[in-house]
Design a protein. Structure first.
Length: 423
């Protein structure tokens, strides 16, 4: 029986496995390395975060993004956007040099068994583990607006469903959303010969400003400190003090998760976007129907006026909605038994990222309502990996395996959950 099975091999899973191996645990890492970055982001996209805040985490502090770029003669400079492809290649390099071997297995079920867990895969016999860390990334939680869910195949897609946008050359494409994914997808569509139009409920688009230099006068640096999530004291708290966020009341954490670091475009994208993409701001999507080979969208303005938009395809860049109910690989009875954060449908976690079911740990997007906005970004992987592995060691120290105690009574989630965006 393994000490720890990590499900998912993105930035969080790789970092957790690296720390677990460094702590001497018997760990197995299951998944396709950097899958969402390699398979679900269009060619031509750039990393929105700064290179120095986009590191995966190894216990010795090595194998940073800057280390990788130095080996390839690539720039990793503050204020210079880095291609998504370079970041994906960095993750693969980290997997080879800093983490245990990644076993490319598809996990189909995690079920309690005895004092631990049985982990079934599509490729072989089940594994037995004393503890499990679910670092499944964002893809299980793709969010489509209700109006788009009944469209026939081929009429609508999510922005995470495309590696190559060139297939839309010459076509009209309505892009729904106002965050970085929507803005960059629309710009890339225009640059590859499509005719995009951005549709958003917001009445104005938000754009990040050019980052301040790292070296600044002391008083200015004190007023607006740099952090992994941006400049300013509020961003610094979300970035550097996730443990403090967890101590806040659940309603406060829910509000922070739903509102902090909301949709905004990167400063380096603004000119590319505004030069080529028309926008329909203040338009609420309420209906979508197939009309032959095209799609007809029913929109409503803030003043109540009805507008119809006819388009060849719709791309919903509408983020991800974390919800345990959608995590189908987790045993249904176990899912129903977990305590949740208020009305969010996400697991309530202890200081070591352990859920109310002993030995079951979570990482990444599902943990944002417990630890705050940094869990939506790569930057949160460092804090998560160290804390989670200490939590696993503490659990294993209680007799060497997870006890079979029943979890605490759950708090049921409501039907609606706040939308969360990850970049």
């Amino acid at each position: 029986m393994d000490d720890l099975v990590v499900v998912g091999a993105g930035p969080y899973g790789l970092s957790i496995a690296a720390h677990a191996a460094g702590a001497g645990l018997g760990v197995r890492l299951l998944g396709r390395p950097m899958a969402s970055w390699r398979d679900h982001m269009p060619d031509g996209m750039y990393l929105k975060s700064e290179p120095w805040s986009s590191n995966l985490s190894a216990p010795d502090g090595r194998h940073t993004l800057a280390d990788y770029c130095a080996t390839r003669g690539l720039p990793a400079e503050h204020g210079t956007p880095l291609p998504i492809g370079t970041f994906s290649e960095y993750g693969m390099w980290f997997a080879r040099h800093a983490a245990p071997e990644v076993e490319e297995m598809t996990v189909t079920e995690v079920t309690p068994q005895g004092g631990g867990f049985r982990v079934r895969t599509a490729e072989g016999p089940p594994l037995l583990a004393r503890t499990v860390a679910l670092a499944v990334g964002v893809m299980p939680f793709v969010h489509l607006p209700p109006a788009l869910r009944e469209l026939p195949p081929g009429h609508c897609s999510h922005s995470s469903g495309h590696r190559d946008l060139a297939r839309f050359a010459g076509q009209e494409v309505a892009v729904i959303g106002a965050g970085q994914a929507a803005l960059e997808t629309a710009a890339l569509l225009a640059e590859q010969g499509a005719r995009p139009c951005l549709v958003a409920r917001r009445t104005r688009l938000n754009w990040n400003t050019v980052p301040q230099p790292l070296d600044r006068p002391p008083l200015r640096a004190l007023r607006e400190p740099h952090s992994g999530l941006g400049t300013g004291w509020r961003s610094w708290v979300w970035s550097e003090l996730p443990w403090a966020v967890r101590r806040l009341p659940a309603p406060t954490r829910e509000r922070i998760t739903a509102t902090a670091l909301g949709p905004a475009g990167a400063w380096w994208l603004r000119e590319r976007f505004e030069r080529r993409v028309p926008v329909m701001l203040g338009h609420e999507l309420h209906r979508a129907v197939a009309a032959g080979g095209r799609t007809r969208l029913g929109l409503t303005t803030r003043s109540g006026q009805s507008v119809v938009l006819d388009t060849a395809h719709v791309i919903a860049a509408t983020g991800f909605a974390p919800d345990l109910a959608r995590l189908e690989l987790l045993d249904a009875r176990l899912r129903a038994a977990l305590a949740t954060v208020g009305e969010t449908g996400t697991p309530e976690l202890g200081p070591g990222f352990e859920s109310s079911w002993p030995g079951l740990f979570f990482a990444g997007l599902l943990t944002a309502p417990s630890f705050g906005p940094s869990m939506r970004f790569v930057h949160g992987a460092g804090f998560t990996a160290g804390r989670l592995v200490r939590g696993v060691r503490k659990r294993l120290g209680a007799g060497g395996r997870s006890p079979g105690a029943r979890p605490i009574a759950p708090r049921r989630a409501a039907a609606g959950h706040p939308r969360t965006y990850l970049r």
